[in-house]
Design a binder for this molecule. Structure first.
Ligand code: NDP
Length: 247
């Protein structure tokens, strides 16, 4: 088991939804958090205050992780601020749903940039610091859509499936180091991203979930804590947190 107290984590897109829950659950375990956001500063500030209230430490950094110079700045600020880096949670993500016939090149590229290329941008700069940790962790937040596909989601499914292949390959390359690399594939979780789905469509989705409900951000966050704390011999895996929707 890995002691998480005083470890340092970057959580991309840590200001809202699943990323905010991951930041909070890690902070409850004593991890110092670098909480990244792209535009909504108020959410980031609220999360920093909430983490401080429980006696944790958090530091917010604005960066668009789809841009390599921003991602580099994020990692450098994290290391400068806390003096080390142990955990990288690649969580930032967006959707731009459209059937393929109507999908614009702009929406294809934007979704690949934010969900997939961002992971190259952060990981390539963070890796030297992670390799110095006694228990480095890279966790990529993929999706059930990357495993099963999604109507109107060719761009998002391509990015999320890409993350799974990337996770396995990097896990192999780093297996002899102290750094593990895993993916989490959430099903449908009640965040702003999912609440943007029209109500009728969402009702139809929930009806297909064997557990008959949406997941909670905290339920994904606890998977992250498990991999960080108890995951010394777990690498290259996909952890499905989906109420049984995809097995
Ligand atoms: P939300 O839309 O609730 O939150 C997205 C977060 O990502 C925000 O903090 C946002 O910052 C940040 N973000 C968006 N673009 C960028 C960018 N370019 N650079 C840095 N940060 C960015 O999403 P969820 O919490 O629902 O999703 C989190 C992750 O989980 C995503 O990767 C998503 O694909 C994945 N996922 C979600 C599922 C769900 O059901 N919700 C299911 C499966 C996977 P800001 O507030 O500044 O906009």
């Amino acid at each position: 088991m890995t002691e998480l107290k005083d470890k340092v984590a970057i959580v991309t897109g840590g200001s809202r939804g699943i990323g905010a829950a991951i930041s909070m659950e890690l902070a409850k375990n004593g991890v110092k958090i670098v909480l990244n956001y792209v535009s909504r500063k108020e959410h980031a500030e609220k999360m920093v205050a909430e983490i401080n209230e429980i006696g944790g430490e958090a530091y917010a950094v604005q960066a668009d992780v789809s841009k390599s110079e921003d991602a580099a700045k994020l990692v450098q600020e994290a290391v400068n601020h806390f003096g080390r880096l142990d955990i990288l949670i690649n969580n930032a993500g967006i959707t731009r749903d459209s059937t393929f016939k109507k999908l614009s090149e702009e929406d294809w590229r934007k979704v690949i940039d934010v969900n997939l290329n961002s992971v190259f941008n952060t990981t390539s700069v963070a890796l030297p610091s992670l390799l110095e940790s006694d228990a480095g962790r890279i966790i990529n937040i993929s999706s059930i859509i990357g495993q099963a596909g999604g109507f109107g989601q060719t761009n998002y499914a391509a990015a999320k499936a890409g993350l799974i292949g990337y996770t396995k390959s990097l896990a192999l390359e780093l297996a002899k180091s102290n750094v593990t690399v895993n993916a989490i594939c959430p099903g449908f979780i009640g965040t702003e991203m999912v609440m943007a789905i029209p109500e009728k469509v969402l009702d139809g989705i929930v009806a297909k979930v064997p557990q008959k409900r949406l997941g909670k951000p905290e339920e994904v966050a606890r998977g992250v804590v498990y991999l960080c704390k108890d995951g010394d011999y777990i690498t290259g895996q996909q952890l499905n947190i989906n109420g049984g929707l995809y097995m």
